[in-house]
Design a protein around this ligand. Sequence first.
Ligand code: MG
Ligand code: ZN
Length: 172
Amino acid sequence: MKQHSSSGEDEILSNSYDKVQAVFMDRDGTIGGTGHFVHPDSFTLYPNAQKSIDLLKLAGIRVFALTNQHRISRGEATVEAFNKQFQGYGFDQAYICPHEDECVCRKPKPGMLIDAAKEHNLDLTKCVVIGDVGSTDMLAAHAVGAKKILVRTGWGTPLINDISGEMGGNGA
Ligand SMILES: [Mg+2]
Ligand SMILES: [Zn+2]
């Protein structure tokens, strides 16, 4: 439904009010890879993932990586290697939890989103989190009121099937 507005200026103001400020993307199973740990040197993007990042940036939306990588704690990769990877794709910044033990940043905790909001002056309710796992990506988004997009790649498809089962499908 189209709302009538008294002037073009109102429309511009309401559009800027609703505009998405930033998109946070999980890595494994969301933009590429397998859903499991893959070293940045061996990681490949899904078709159109790069195009999606580029289009968001063209639209003036900041794009951040949001990823749990506890294998960093085990010495299987470095934060630098991940940062370099995400920079190569054009991400404005990467938020990476490298921890294996208890921390405040590992999704589903919203620590990385809260840090990003402070560092980039974001209203998280006007941000989007895209991921393939409900119990980490979607819960972190939910904790701060961000918009949630669960993809069908990675672990996403079985999760979406589970959800539709719960909502009155035939069950599994
Ligand atoms: Mg994932
Ligand atoms: Zn952490």
